[in-house]
Design a binder for this molecule. Structure first.
Ligand code: CIZ
Length: 316
């Protein structure tokens, strides 16, 4: 029977070392690539072949020649890898890892919104189900959402789903009329303006970097608003040495690892996505050992969803 230690509390250093060795061995034997999202636990980020945001990981998945893509993230990310790589086995060590954005916008709701705004292009954030992608004209990530919307030269109106806050942020950077859905990322939307104000007072020399899934009143306080990949770039380029990080807590580990000479403060210790923490070394090892759980997308949906992802990938 599978042993699952969700909190990884029973893992001693020696046990972790053994698991790491096993994972490395299995990875070679299976010709697998391990892709880890920036919000994963530190030990999972450390063992990945690539750690990044969903756009970067999508691109790597699309160009990799591994036989197995082991996606350490949440379901919609593994689905995207499966959509782009029909000949490969995609495994997700925690199949129950969901996302409030993807789970809270049904295909039926999207169809209702589409009939309300028939002239609008449908732009769908990758944090969405394969079925929702299949009903959309083009996908975007938080790294390219503004670019994607502005690339739609034939449209004056856009229906942006599912994330309301990201869509609102996009609406401030385009001349198009943007219609929004009432769906939010719990981890980002729960961040309050008061949290940001308190941290800025505590660290007056720090730059506040915030994710566009946060509320508009939080974003107004930010020195820089961007996806996690944009945050990494900004930290490297800005010349500042201290940063208040307004996104899921896993990104603080990633930044501290990449920039050990700088200081990073989480804006709130409540910014945790529990779904992103479901993958442990044990579950990763088990997944590579058994090559399960496999993520598959029905072919009819896959082909339509792929069109929306391919259109996004063409935008540089
Ligand atoms: O696009 C992604 O991977 C997410 C969910 C956040 C980010 O900005 O990287």
């Amino acid at each position: 029977m599978m042993f699952v230690d969700i909190d990884n509390k029973n893992c001693s250093f020696e046990k972790n070392q053994k698991l790491v060795e096993n994972i490395r061995r299995l990875k070679k034997e299976r010709n697998a690539i391990i892709l880890t999202h920036n919000y994963q636990r530190p030990e999972i980020q450390d063992i990945g072949d690539h750690c990044g945001d969903s756009l970067g990981l999508c691109r790597i998945a699309a160009s990799s020649n591994a036989d197995v893509i082991c996606f350490c993230g949440v379901r919609f990310m593994a689905e995207s890898a499966a959509i782009l790589n029909p000949g490969k086995k995609v495994i997700l060590p925690a199949p129950e890892a969901g996302c409030s954005l993807a789970d809270d916008l049904s295909i039926e709701t999207l169809r209702t919104l589409k009939s309300k705004y028939p002239n609008a292009a449908v732009v769908c954030y990758v944090n969405s189900s394969a079925g929702v992608k299949a009903e959309s004209d083009i996908c975007c990530t938080s790294a390219n959402a503004v670019q994607v919307v502005n690339s739609l030269k034939d449209y004056e109106e856009v229906l942006f789903v599912p994330d309301h806050n990201l869509g609102h942020y996009v609406s401030l950077h385009t001349d198009k009329k943007v219609y929004l859905a009432e769906v939010y990322c719990n981890a980002h939307h729960d961040l309050e303006k008061a949290d940001a104000v308190r941290l800025k007072k505590l660290h007056p020399n720090a730059k506040f970097i915030a994710h566009p899934e946060c509320k508009p009143e939080v974003l107004e306080l930010a020195d820089f608003v961007s996806s996690t990949s944009g945050m990494s770039k900004y930290v490297g380029d800005s010349g500042a040495r201290e940063f208040i990080v307004g996104t899921e807590i896993g990104m603080v580990y990633r930044l501290q690892k990449d920039f050990p000479e700088y200081l990073f403060y989480p804006v709130s210790d409540k910014m945790i996505c529990n779904d992103m923490k479901l993958i442990t070394l044990e579950r990763l090892a088990y997944s590579l050992e058994t090559l399960t759980p496999v993520v598959e997308v029905p072919e009819k949906i896959r082909l339509k969803a792929k069109q929306a992802l391919d259109r996004m990938m063409k935008i540089k």
